[in-house]
Design a protein around this ligand. Sequence first.
Ligand SMILES: C[S@@+](CC[C@H](N)C(=O)[O-])C[C@H]1O[C@@H](n2cnc3c(N)ncnc32)[C@H](O)[C@@H]1O
Length: 343
Amino acid sequence: MATSSTPPNGAPDDIAAHLMDQAMGHLFSAALRTAAQYRIADHLAEGPRTPEQLAVATDTHAPHLRRVLRYLAARGIFREDASGAYQLTPVARALRTDVPGSLHPAVMMITDELFLRTSARMPEAVREGGAAFERLFGVPLFAHLAADPAQRELFDSGMSSLSGPVDEAVVAVYPFPQTGTVVDIGGGRGGLLRAVLRRRPQLTGVLFDQPPPLAHHLLDGDELKGRWRTEEGDFFSSVPRGGDVYVLKHVLHDWADEDCRRILRTCRAAMDRGTRLLVIDSVLPPGNAPHFGKTMDVAMMTVLDGQERTAQEFSTLLSAGGFRLTRVLPTAAFPSIVEAVAE
Ligand SMILES: C[S@@+](CC[C@H](N)C(=O)[O-])C[C@H]1O[C@@H](n2cnc3c(N)ncnc32)[C@H](O)[C@@H]1O
């Protein structure tokens, strides 16, 4: 029988099972959230445990928990052994809260009711355009977060966690200069800036964002002492001047083209001619090839009226903002580095 991970072979039964399984994708999000919420992966860190043992440890209902684990194991999250106990898979390990690169906060953010309810409004957004989120909550995402510190914390920690593997992949491939200043615009809690400064001991950095992520920045500690500063502000108005490399990571994908042009022009106004700008976002491949960016694209569409882009779309956008695209570097993670220079 086909499942979402087994493409249909053309036989009518398989197509039906495949399509119905796909249609129930929201249950996968809910099951993943259940496992994350009860920190099942943490409880399996020391070795396999039965659903009954896990239920005692997490104060949950054992028969229900067993069924959720069976479902997740059928999709490669956890694995049931011959004795009926469950163990971690490599994917489940990333759900642990206590490992470097943990994606637990990202899963908690992405599967939050705020975004699940937003996705349910996708058909209306497709009919009328605009962000489903705004239609549902009456304000854009960042205004909503500004009014709800708990949701803002969930968002910032989720973004920071989602960014961890990307930050390492970016510094592994991009030749940041040995000296000078990197300005990370909308840099969140500063995970990327921290990774860059660790790799280049002579560089200094500026982390520019709104106050809430800056209040929980990741730059403290002896290692980076004296080499960074934070600056709060609005990238539609002005950004810090005098940088040697500017970064917009997972920022442009939050916005529609006209807003992106405004952000780019604000950056351009702060930059000298010839200064580099790195846009770090998914670069969508042409055609039908699977790419995580295509999932992110519809997420951006519903939540923010943003979008992921092709290399050509980036080139056009950058030109309109006063930049020339110089190259696109893939990374080992899902985003690419779109390098541009201020013209
Ligand atoms: C999707 S997050 C990306 C964060 C970080 N660059 C990363 O990759 O993890 C977008 C960031 O843009 C910031 N932001 C949104 N609107 C802003 C504005 N008008 N001015 C400055 N920062 C803004 C948010 O606070 C958030 O940290």
